[in-house]
Design a protein around this ligand. Structure first.
Ligand code: SIN
Length: 500
């Protein structure tokens, strides 16, 4: 069966839903691997949306913080586009029903509560439900998508291949609950999120496995900045032997004064940076890694800073701790760093167009250059919203050519990823292409991944994952100095300056 739409959006996180909504009145097919609003990383986001809303703030200051965090490898015009419309984007989300945390001022007017996170020079983070920002924003967006007549949602469905005709991408092959089908469309938008599931530990869900990047790679699209992988310093330490998604302990906890201590109860971050726990994310993550590599343990201690207010202020983190039998009001929380965000991805231009005509990418799977070498905290939901809206509007204005007619297609028989290989890929990347890298480890990773690929069927999801992993390793080998989230301990002139 071949369905005909104007646009097919693959992925239902914040970027995918926003693109689909903004593309009205074009007819949009939205493909999601799970149920709408239950799939993707966005709903797990605890930190909120950065926007220059405060009286002491400006988009320029926000842009400067974004550039400093990105070590000036950012695309300046993308940064300006992101930061200049951030305030109005937050207001748009509130207008469609997202309930942000607000308080009344002296004149009884409601104002957003603005939090502060590492490497931000102002308090500018808008939250919802304390630490449940992603879930609330996704609820509001999913409701809007459900109400939108121009969007058809294909749930429990996965894009297995991109279709090509006349040298342009003209649709996607999809495997749904009823079997294989194809969607022909003039524009195909990848909004498939990140790659966390390729690493041993991640804050991302298991579907963040680089599937969209793999589709783009197979079709021949150009990727960039794949070496820039961000690790969050504080995920809840797993029970022994566990890998995969770990609960996030939001940076806002450190913003509220929580400190990092080792097993001896000693605070160690001051030895790494004068900003201590609020040093840029990569600095904190590497310091935690170093403690763990020495065989120690690391804990986030919020007893003094948050204490009895923990359940109200950080309900999501509190619930995750409770599941593990930890009471963060009384006990320090054991932490490990975990893969959190990919700054690189499918290279796109100002209109989110990839190097292949007809193929677009938005959100975490795309590399617009906005984050440079390291993403500033709470710029990721913002990126999905701002660039998703821009792309949807661009496509709605008729900036897509007519869909090529597809008479037939050959479904790609994707074999599901195997637990054993996923674990091997996770271990190879974690040890060799993680927080601290060197040529020996990266060459070893290259060999191990090649051997794993050799043993996989071409059509296996394992092969897709390995190819994405290889692109990270190759990019990390090519960049021989340290910058931002990419840290080479064998760098000749290591640039270890602060990044965000
Ligand atoms: C956090 O809440 O610590 C994550 C925020 C982000 O990654 O932007």
């Amino acid at each position: 069966m071949i369905d005909q739409f104007d646009i097919v959006v693959i992925g239902s996180g914040i970027a995918g839903l926003t693109t689909a909504l903004a593309a009205a009145p074009k007819r949009v097919a939205l493909i999601t691997r799970g149920a709408l609003s239950r799939d993707g990383s966005s709903r797990w986001a605890q930190g909120g949306i950065a926007a220059a809303i405060g009286a002491d703030d400006t988009p320029l200051l926000h842009a400067q913080d974004t550039l400093v965090a990105g070590q000036y490898l950012n695309d300046r015009s993308a940064v300006d586009r992101l930061t200049s419309v951030a305030p109005q984007t937050v207001r748009w989300l509130a207008a469609i029903g997202a309930q942000f945390d607000t308080r009344e001022n002296a004149r009884h007017e409601k104002r957003f509560v603005l939090g502060r996170e590492a490497a931000h020079s102002r308090a500018r983070i808008v939250h919802a439900g304390g630490d449940a920002s992603g879930a609330e924003i996704m609820r509001a967006l999913a409701k809007a998508v459900g109400d939108a007549g121009h969007i058809t949602v294909f749930e429990q469905s996965q894009a297995s291949d991109l279709l090509t005709a006349h040298e342009r991408i003209c649709g996607a092959a999809v495997r749904g609950p009823q079997g294989d089908f194809a969607i022909a469309a003039a524009a195909v938008v990848l909004a498939t999120g990140g790659i966390g599931a390729l690493y041993r530990y991640t804050t991302n869900p298991s579907t963040a496995d680089g599937s969209g990047i793999a589709l783009a790679l197979r079709a021949g699209a150009v990727l960039s900045d794949m070496e820039f992988v961000q690790f969050h310093p504080t995920a809840l330490a797993p029970l022994s032997g566990h890998s995969g998604q770990l609960p996030l302990l939001t940076e806002a906890l450190r913003g509220a004064g929580a400190i990092l201590i080792n097993a001896g109860g000693r605070r160690f971050m001051l030895a790494h940076s004068p900003a201590a726990e609020l040093a840029p994310r990569d600095v904190v993550a590497r310091a935690v890694w170093a403690e763990l590599e020495r065989g120690g343990q690391v804990f986030l201690d919020a007893r003094k800073a948050v204490g009895a207010a923990f359940p109200q202020r950080f309900p999501t983190v509190f619930a995750a701790c409770q599941v593990r039998g930890i009471d963060p009001r009384e006990q320090p929380i054991p932490v490990v760093p975990a893969e959190h965000y990919l700054m690189g991805g499918v290279r796109v231009d100002v209109h989110a167009a990839s190097s292949l005509p007809g193929l677009y990418a938005v959100g975490e799977c795309a590399c617009s250059g906005v984050h440079g070498a390291n993403r500033l905290a709470s710029n990721s939901l913002l990126e999905g919203l701002v660039f998703g809206r821009e792309l949807g509007v661009h496509l709605a204005r008729g900036n897509v050519s007519t869909a090529s007619h597809i008479a037939e297609f050959t479904p790609r028989n994707i074999e599901p990823a195997t637990q054993e290989r996923a674990q091997k890929i996770g271990d190879v990347l974690w040890r060799n292409a993680g927080l601290v890298r060197d040529a020996t480890g990266l060459f070893s990773a290259r060999e191990q991944l090649a051997a794993l690929l050799h043993d996989c069927a071409e059509a296996a999801q394992d092969a897709d994952r390995i190819r994405v992993a290889q692109s990270i390793v190759d990019a990390a080998l090519a960049r021989r100095d340290s910058i931002g989230a990419h840290y080479r301990r064998d760098a000749v002139a290591a640039n270890t300056a602060a990044s965000g």
